[in-house]
Design a protein around this ligand. Structure first.
Ligand code: CA
Length: 344
C-alpha cells in the first residue's frame, strides 16, 4: 500500500513541484523550527535543561508530550511509561505491572519527583543500553521529569526576560488510554493552556495528537466548552492509521477540524527515494490547498538517521523545507535547523 501511494503521486509530482517553486519565496519567512522534546539531541529529552537549550538555540516552538499522573497532574513525558527515561525500576521496583512496565498513571507527582531522568535506554542482557550512543551520557548529572505548568512557566519566563515569543507545542499522549482510566487529559490540558493565556489561534501554541477521534472531541466539545480556540494539529504515523486522509479529498475533510498536519517525514518524501529520484508525495500540496500547515517529524543527525537519499542533514532539510515545501519540522537538533534556515 505504501509503495502504491508513492507510485500514484510520482506521476503528479512535476506540476506540484513547479507550483511549489513559485510559492516558495512568500512561504519562506513563515518556515518554523520545532524543538522535538527540546534540544533532545544534546540533553535528555523533556528535561527543563533540554528546553532551555532549545530556547537559546532559537527554536520557534518547543514541544511537550503530556501524560497524567495518578493524582491528575500533567507531566511532560514522551511515553505513558517511565522505564525508558528514568530510574523508576530501581527506585520503585515493586510497582511494576505484569507486562514489565512502570506506568506514569500508577504514580503520584510526589513519587515521580523522586525519579532521576536520563537519556533514553533499553535493557539488553540485564544492562542499560543508551539508545543514541553519541548523545548526553546516560549516568551523568541530575535531571527530573517536569510538570507541564513548570515548563510553560519556564518558557513564558524566558520569553519575558529575552523579549522573544517562543511557542509551545503540547501533544496529548494516548488519550484513549487515559480515558479508559477515567482521566480526561485533553480537558485538563486545554484548561491549563487557557489559564496560562493560550486562548486564541493567534497565541503561539499548536495542540497535537495522533488520535483523530480525540482531535474531533477537542474541536467539537472541549474547546467550545472552555471558550478557547487553538490551532490543532493531526499527527499521522502512516497511511494505515487513517487511510481516508490519503484519499483525494482527505486533507480537505481533515481541515474541517485541524489547522495543520504532523506527518511522519516518510509520508512527505518516500523512504524509497534515491538521490537521483526524490519521490515527493502530494500530501503537502493537498494540505496547503486545504489551508493547513505541514510539520513533519523527526529530523535527526545521529549516525544512521539521515535517509540515504539525502547526502547530509542539511540536504535532508533542503529537500523537505524547499523541495517538498513543508512549513516546519520537528527536530532533535534545533541549532543546525535554525542555522540552515538562516543560511537560506
Ligand atoms: Ca510528540
Amino acid at each position: 500500500m505504501y509503495s502504491t501511494y508513492f507510485r500514484y503521486i510520482a506521476t503528479k509530482a512535476i506540476g506540484v513541484l513547479l507550483m511549489a517553486a513559485t510559492l516558495s519565496t512568500q512561504a519562506q519567512s513563515q518556515k518554523i523550527v520545532i524543538a522535538h522534546r527540546g534540544a533532545s539531541g544534546y540533553l535528555p529529552e523533556h528535561t527543563l535543561q533540554a528546553k532551555v537549550m532549545a530556547f537559546a538555540m532559537g527554536a520557534d516552538y518547543i514541544e511537550q508530550d503530556v501524560v497524567m499522573t495518578k493524582d491528575d497532574h500533567l507531566i511532560v513525558l514522551h511515553d505513558i511509561t517511565l522505564d525508558r527515561t528514568t530510574n523508576v525500576a530501581e527506585r520503585f521496583p515493586e510497582r511494576v505491572r505484569d507486562d514489565g512496565r512502570y506506568y506514569a498513571i500508577d504514580f503520584t507527582l510526589e513519587e515521580i519527583r523522586q525519579l532521576q531522568a536520563s537519556e533514553g535506554f533499553s535493557i539488553e542482557n540485564g544492562e542499560k543500553l543508551q539508545s543514541y550512543a553519541n548523545r548526553f551520557p546516560m549516568a551523568e548529572s541530575t535531571f527530573s521529569v517536569p510538570t507541564l505548568a513548570e515548563e510553560i512557566e519556564l518558557i513564558q519566563g524566558m520569553n519575558q526576560s529575552t523579549g522573544k515569543n517562543v511557542g509551545i507545542y503540547p501533544e496529548i499522549k494516548n488519550p484513549e488510554f487515559h480515558r479508559q482510566a477515567g482521566k480526561d487529559i485533553s480537558t485538563a490540558v486545554v484548561r491549563m493552556l487557557g489559564a496560562y493565556g493560550y486562548r486564541t489561534k493567534q497565541d503561539k501554541v499548536f495542540l497535537q495528537t495522533f488520535s483523530f477521534e480525540e482531535l474531533k472531541i477537542i474541536f467539537e466539545e472541549i474547546l467550545p466548552a472552555e471558550g478557547i480556540d487553538l490551532n490543532l494539529v493531526q499527527l499521522i504515523d502512516g497511511i494505515s492509521s487513517y487511510p481516508w486522509m490519503f484519499e483525494q479529498n482527505g486533507m480537505d475533510r481533515l481541515s474541517a477540524f485541524a489547522d495543520g498536519v504532523g506527518p511522519n517525514k516518510g509520508l512527505v518524501i518516500s523512504r524509497d527515494s534515491q538521490k537521483t529520484r526524490i519521490q515527493v508525495s502530494d500530501l503537502v500540496e493537498r494540505a496547503h490547498v486545504a489551508g493547513m500547515q505541514v510539520h513533519p517529524y523527526t529530523y535527526r543527525l545521529d549516525p544512521g538517521q539521515v535517509p540515504a537519499y539525502a547526502g547530509s542533514f542539511e540536504e535532508l532539510l533542503e529537500l523537505h523545507y524547499f523541495r517538498a515545501n513543508v512549513d516546519g519540522v520537528f527536530t532533535d537538533f534545533p541549532d543546525r535547523t535554525v542555522e540552515f534556515l538562516r543560511s537560506r
